[in-house]
Design a protein. Sequence first.
Length: 274
Amino acid sequence: MTSLDERIGRWFEQIGELGPGSIDARRDVEQVIARLDDGQIRVAEVTPGGPVVVHEWVRQAILLLFRLRGLERVEVGPFEYLDKLDLKHDYERRGVRVVPGASARRGAYLAPGVVLMPSYVNIGAWVGANSMVDTWATVGSCAQVGANVHLAGGVGIGGVLEPPNAQPVVIEDDAFIGSRCMVVEGARVGRGSVLGAGTILNPSIPVIDAATGEEVSRGHVPDYCVAVAASRRREFPGGEFFLPCVLILRRMEEGERHNKATLNAILRDHGVAT
């Protein structure tokens, strides 16, 4: 007997030959999706302050699922959908609050205490305990969101299924992501950090410490930082232009939770908001 991850790897090598009639492959893939849905496995493991370890075979199973399932009509009340994937169910047992207008795909894990306002969570995503996905926020495929996180209105957490070995977006525990922020393409927000409204973070965006002017990373806001969208001057043959960056306004003490009144004062002093 081979292990489930080995079988998924072999099926993925044959993905071009598979279809809805490939019963054995579908049986193995559905096992993976069921385990994802219940939080028994996840696409990526997040080590606080350390690397993100991606389980590629789990992501391969998600890609296989799209190949192995055909389009099916789904009716939910007055709404009709045509899709290859099921919606998530059984929220009461899971201890998850779901407001009308919210939806999550089966294969996304929502921990007890999660609140979904009218929002969307895609397959392979992980949302930790007591986190809120606020109105019109989106958690993309395979994104990893920690516990006690608030994704404010209109936040876009990007998803990634391909290319192979691509890093998912990671939002660590206790973070606050302000309205209309976009965190995409494997970017990472550290534990307890705050992104001011409208911040765009991806692996090409420099993250700069306002106190020193030094670039501390690309696409990674460290733990316990208050950071906002900014721009910096750059000279080119065609003239002088401003390119986007993320500016760390303050570093909080480790374990310090952002007090909303204090946070608003910090951001107001710099003319920005959450």
